[in-house]
Design a protein. Structure first.
Length: 98
């Protein structure tokens, strides 16, 4: 299973968990526009809860936002997880050449 498929499943899972609490719309498609709107809605929800000092599932919201951001990057053909994992080997290669 590719990372994009895994992250897509995680986004759907977190959406299902938080749909009622945040009052999220149904997820019919996972396009860039839909994900950006979803991300914006989560930010507004968290801000409103913080201002009103209401309790909410903060940890889940942070994880959900992270998965959405990760999926947006994967849609742009950039795998941040892979880039982080390979940065040490790239740095070692640069030091060996110099």
């Amino acid at each position: 299973m590719s990372r994009a498929d895994t992250v897509t499943k995680e986004v759907k899972y977190f959406h299902e968990l938080l749909q009622e609490e945040i009052n999220l719309p149904e997820l019919s498609e996972l396009s860039e526009t839909t994900l950006r709107r979803l991300l914006d809605r989560i930010y507004r929800f968290e801000t409103r809860c913080t201002v009103k000092k209401q309790k909410y599932s903060e940890k889940l919201c942070v994880q959900f936002r992270g998965r959405i951001a990760d999926l947006l990057l994967l849609m742009d053909n950039f795998d941040l997880q892979d880039a982080i994992a390979n940065r040490d080997s790239i740095q070692d290669n640069i030091n060996n050449v110099a």
